[in-house]
Design a protein around this ligand. Structure first.
Ligand code: FAD
Ligand code: NAI
Length: 468
């Protein structure tokens, strides 16, 4: 064999798997079809979206909040081309970082499209038309996902767009129609709403971010309504999208079954992503996909039905998150090296980088109710926090769900400033199976946003929050 391990795809799943395998002494190759490493996350996902969220947040604060802090400036102007240029620089820096890590760990990088020849051989089709075949003892499929678009949505990449195009628009939309009020809709809708676009959400479910705890969706909707004047159409099923030149027309059925139409100058389709295995020639390796296009794996080892072939990240079941893909990359590399690693899927946090941020770990209130488990709830509002009052970020709350009998923390849900970072305390607490009382008895620095976690834990313990 040319290599011990071949990784197909250099996203957060693939490149992390490659590094961990190399750390464990394996001779590793990684194949990436683009000329840059890092996958969806680094190039058209997590990193560029956060760069634009940060720039648009600065603009929004300068326009709406600087005066509250006694900072007087002339009305600022948004320069979208410059924001996008900065975002591209951030991405380029990160690409170089992954390339450096590949060199440091002596991982051989092949740029080209990988496809199976047989279970141990992968063909690489390169940009210059040449081909190369390499063999490996183990192969890790980390080919990720692509935006999901239904045929009647008539995607054209110009006015009817996905997140990829939304990260590189030539102008700030006057009116952005957003199909799907999930994570991408909420984040990219926020970017353009803050820059001045009118934003209209058209969502199939009954609330925003419907898979998260219900309180989060309700609070986020209120915040986005207040912050960017967003409009929401829930229980509304899109049936057609048409580019009419400078306008896009969306036809949908509302909750009463009536036909409704919406028009705007851009329409972002953000209704989920599909696993990507196109032209991978899985059959040659003896593999197939399920009805949702995912590669089936063993729940513990992430090995496929073919011995020595593993799959990780967005191309398999579970949340489509970069840190979930990374954990799986580490797990597979360690499994190949003969170790027995484990992932607590229930403890993988989810974050929405809107303002305020939303972050969650563990069970939602809806899940606990459905399971019939007896639980108690502790909540604490940011309005009662010294730190939040000082900064002016008083929209938000922490909600802790704990077992009614044992007091074990079962879930933590936060909407508010810095929620993305704060959720780590919930993850740590739950990894160590802490009780709400444990969290309530730990000293939290004052004044910090983290005090809201302590107070919510005290409220969950026996309703003894100090400051509410
Ligand atoms: P990917 O990152 O998709 O990487 C797969 C790689 O494989 C790609 O580079 C692809 O070119 C390559 N590839 C595919 N087929 C082949 C082939 N045959 N040969 C060679 N190479 C191939 N997640 C978060 O956790 N936090 C966030 O803030 C976040 N923000 C996001 C924002 C947006 C706009 C989007 C779209 C996604 C976001 N995500 C976020 C999700 C995150 O990007 C994905 O969950 C993550 O990238 C999945 O990693 P992966 O390694 O499985 O696949
Ligand atoms: P999503 O699953 O978060 O949201 C899709 C939304 O579209 C849902 O609310 C769904 O009810 C709705 N929907 C589905 N079909 C519809 C239809 N026909 N008409 C109207 N609404 C419809 O998917 P999204 O936002 O596209 O993101 C894709 C993936 O990328 C997610 O799985 C997410 O995990 C990941 N991501 C993660 C981020 C983060 O961690 N901060 C940021 C962005 C994306």
């Amino acid at each position: 064999m040319d290599f011990d391990v071949i990784v197909i795809g250099s996203g957060p799943g693939g490149y992390v798997a490659a590094i961990r395998a190399a750390q464990l002494g394996k001779k590793v190759a990684i194949i990436e079809k683009y000329n840059v490493l890092g996958g969806t996350c680094l190039n058209v996902g997590c990193i560029p979206s956060k760069a634009l969220l940060d720039s648009s947040e600065h603009f929004h604060n300068a326009t709406h909040h600087f005066a509250d802090h006694g900072i007087e400036i002339k009305a600022p102007k948004a320069n979208l081309a410059k924001m996008i240029g900065r975002k591209n620089e951030v991405v380029t820096k990160m690409n170089a970082g992954v390339e450096f890590l590949m060199k440091k760990n002596k991982i051989t990088v092949f740029n080209g499209f990988g496809s199976f020849v047989d279970k141990n051989t992968v063909k690489i089709a390169k940009e210059d038309g040449s081909e190369e075949k390499i063999s490996g003892t183990d192969v890790i499929i980390a080919t990720g996902s692509k935006p999901l678009i239904l045929p009647f949505m008539n995607f054209d990449g110009k006015r009817i767009i996905t997140s990829t195009e939304a990260l590189n628009l030539p102008e700030i939309p006057k009116h952005l129609l957003v199909i799907g009020a999930g994570v991408i809709g909420a984040e990219l809708g926020s970017v353009y709403g803050r820059l001045g676009s009118k934003v209209t959400f058209i969502e199939f479910a009954g609330s925003m971010i419907p898979t998260m705890d219900g309180t989060m969706g309700k609070e986020l909707q209120k915040s986005l309504k207040k912050q960017i004047g967003a409009e929401f159409n829930f229980n509304t099923k899109v049936t057609n999208i048409e580019n009419k030149g400078k306008e896009v027309e969306v036809t949908a059925q509302d909750k009463n079954g009536e036909t409704v139409t919406f028009s705007g100058d851009y329409c972002l389709v953000s209704i989920g992503r599909r696993p990507y295995t196109d032209n991978l020639n899985l059959e040659a390796a003896g593999l197939t996909t399920d009805d949702r296009g995912r590669i089936a794996i063993d729940e513990h080892t992430l090995e496929t039905s073919v011995k020595g072939i593993y799959a990780i990240g967005d191309v398999i079941r579970g949340a489509m998150l970069a840190h979930k893909a990374e954990e799986e990359g580490v797990l597979v590399a360690e499994t190949i090296a003969g170790q027995k690693p484990h992932i607590h899927y229930n403890l993988i946090p989810g974050v929405v980088y809107t303002w305020p941020e939303v972050a969650s770990v563990g069970a939602t209130e809806e899940e606990l109710k459905a399971s019939g488990k007896a639980f108690k709830t502790g909540k604490f509002s940011y309005k009662a926090l010294g730190r939040a009052t000082a900064s002016g970020d008083t929209d938000g709350l922490v909600k802790i769900l704990a077992d009614k009998e044992t007091d074990e923390v079962l879930g933590m849900h936060i909407i508010g400033a810095r929620a993305a970072d704060m959720i780590a305390e919930g993850v740590t607490a739950m990894e160590f199976r802490a009780s709400a009382e444990d969290l309530g008895r730990i000293s939290h620095a004052h004044p910090t946003y983290m005090e809201a976690v302590k107070e919510a834990a005290l409220a969950a313990t026996d309703n003894r929050s100090i400051h509410s």
